[in-house]
Design a protein around this ligand. Structure first.
Ligand SMILES: [Ca+2]
Ligand SMILES: [Ca+2]
Length: 93
């Protein structure tokens, strides 16, 4: 019984991670237009530079859509750009 519960937890874990990231995306999307502008990213991550957009904005339309954001998260691009996984609500500086 215990093994069954563990296996079930493993199966639901991945979708939950994706859902959590999608929730973060929606949180960042201040005007709810389905994509993140540089201003919206910078509002959440003050250390985010305009040049960093090129690392995330794969199709170079100056907007980060859900797929680009999830790719950046999964590829640790966000972590690399921001220098920390937990970049939210930093009190330094
Ligand atoms: Ca937006
Ligand atoms: Ca884009």
């Amino acid at each position: 019984m215990r093994f069954t519960l563990l296996a079930s937890a493993a199966f639901v874990a991945l979708p939950l991670v994706a859902n959590a990231q999608t929730a973060v995306f929606e949180d960042l999307d201040l005007d709810s237009n389905g994509s993140l502008s540089y201003a919206e990213l910078q509002a959440e991550y003050p250390e985010f530079q305009e040049a960093d957009m090129a690392l995330i904005d794969v199709d170079e339309n100056q907007m980060v859509d859900t797929g680009e954001y999830l790719n950046a998260v999964e590829g640790d691009v966000i972590d690399t750009v921001l220098g920390a996984e937990d970049g939210r609500g930093g009190e330094s500086n």
